[in-house]
Design a protein around this ligand. Structure first.
Ligand code: ARG
Length: 457
């Protein structure tokens, strides 16, 4: 059934119908469509625009449609243009004339703006919960690994020793910022567009604040043209999801590297890895690779909507119908990736000995050897040069700084004494780094505590 057959004399061409319809994807928010309609008719009755009798009939009908969709007796079949037409036609079939009053003082333009907002608002909240679950796992791993030494990298070259807690702590901060972005988006988007009509409001005495509060919005939007054509909140949400995916992708990349035969820092649990059909020895990090790969889809959705919107004059244009499929896909993809990634790191184990050995043999204590000389009054630039000579010497012999004899040290600089060994031990290198944000244990303990309070909020 069409909502607009009156002024037409011909049937719609089938291809046009197929091209135009959105039911195949906007049925995703049938619940929000019904929820919005119930709030709308409640307000219409409160304002005396429809009778209470009609209101009750409409609400009863809408609830029965929702129940029937959910228990499988009502199939959202093709033939209708969109979810709004489907619900309205079904309502009229069920309750007759009262159903024809549902659309009083409303347009599909403000209706779809409302439905999409309600759907997205729930998704923002759900995504926040998933990120919180991920943060809890990261936090647990941090708390358990304050003494797990590993190399920290720059340019993917061993740089200075850190701990596993410190490395995971970096991702804790990223996902914490992601949650804060979601919370900002939620607050900014939480204004109700319903009652804006097609673009210029309506002549009915609608109480937009009432509808807004019935639906849990902070208030009503203040410009009806903007209300029906604003998709900023979707762009912001897509941008936040793109950032979440970028973080997950970087983390995945590290896990893929740590899982290589060369590194062997981690073991991905059997339940989160897959094998090869030809090479029996293989255990592949497919989940991490898929998360890294799917990041592109979410970026694509953001660019797609930005491009769709960039040339649109006010107010509603049908182009905007195309905001949905990519956004739904981005939401499902991002939620799926957060969940899978959380499960993967939750079950992953760490080869602490390999991590520590790797930190030991990459000259990650070279900066500390230079700092040792500085403490003995050697200017830093000279100290840098002296340690460079030590590294050259060690490389020629295939040993670490810790393996040099005191005579060998003294041959390069007489300033070295027995206490050099203590000064460049892995433990000292990490534990001396105690400014807040650094990997030293007491500094990290403070951060772990702050993060724990944050998670308990
Ligand atoms: N399916 C449409 C969309 O998603 C609903 C709004 C239709 N409005 C209109 N004037 N044709 O944008």
């Amino acid at each position: 059934m069409k909502l607009w057959g009156g002024r037409f004399t011909k049937e719609t061409n089938q291809l046009v119908h197929n091209f135009n319809e959105s039911l195949s994807f906007d049925q995703k928010f049938y619940k929000e469509d019904i929820e919005g309609s119930i709030a709308h008719v409640t307000m219409l009755a409160a304002q005396g625009i429809i009778s209470n009798e009609d209101k009750f009939a409409i609400i009863g009908g809408l609830n029965s449609i929702k129940d029937d969709i959910e228990n499988g007796t009502l199939e959202i079949g093709p033939g209708h243009e969109d979810i709004h037409s489907f619900v309205e036609a079904n309502l009229i079939e069920r309750i007759g004339d009262a159903g024809k009053r549902l659309h009083t003082g409303r347009s599909r333009n403000d209706q779809v703006a409302l439905d999409m907002k309600l759907y997205t608002r729930n998704q923002v909240a759900e995504m926040d919960e998933l990120l919180k679950d991920l943060l809890k796992v990261i936090h647990r791993i941090m708390a358990e690994n304050l003494d797990t030494y590993m190399p920290g990298f720059t340019h993917l070259q061993k740089a200075q020793p850190i701990t596993l807690a410190h490395h995971f702590g970096a991702y804790f901060e990223m996902f914490k910022r992601d949650r804060s972005r979601l919370s900002d988006i939620y607050d900014r988007m939480n204004y109700s567009p319903i009652g804006s009509g097609a673009l210029a409001g309506t002549t009915y005495p609608l109480d937009r604040e009432l509808t807004a509060s019935l639906l849990g919005f902070t208030g009503a939007t203040l410009n009806s043209m903007d209300s029906v054509s604003d998709r900023d909140y979707l762009i912001e949400f897509l941008s936040a999801m793109a950032t979440i995916m970028m973080h997950l992708s970087r983390f995945s990349e590290e896990i893929i590297i740590w899982n290589t035969n060369e590194y062997r820092f981690v073991n991905i649990d059997d339940s989160y890895s897959t094998g090869s059909s030809i090479m029996p020895q293989k255990k592949n990090p497919d989940i991490a690779e898929l998360v890294r790969g799917k990041t592109g889809r979410v970026y694509g959705a953001l660019i797609s909507l930005l491009t769709t919107m960039k040339g649109l004059p006010l107010a509603y244009n049908k182009d905007m119908q195309d905001d949905k499929e990519f956004t739904f896909d981005a939401i499902d993809t991002t939620k799926g990736c957060i969940k899978l990634f959380t499960g993967m790191i939750e079950t992953m184990t760490f080869n602490k000995d390999n991590m520590e050995a790797s930190a030991k043999n990459g000259f990650t204590n070279a900066t500390d050897a230079a700092d040792y000389l500085v403490k003995k009054n050697v200017p830093f630039r000279d100290a840098h040069g002296i340690v460079g000579q030590l590294v050259l010497f060690c490389e020629s012999k295939g040993i670490a700084l810790d393996d040099m004899t005191l005579e060998e040290y003294k041959a390069i600089s007489p300033v070295f004494e027995e206490d050099i060994y203590e000064a460049i031990s892995l433990k000292t290198c990490v534990e001396k780094r105690l400014t807040i944000g650094a990997p030293g244990k007491t500094a990290m303990e403070q951060v772990v505590k702050i993060n724990e309070e944050y998670l308990n909020k």
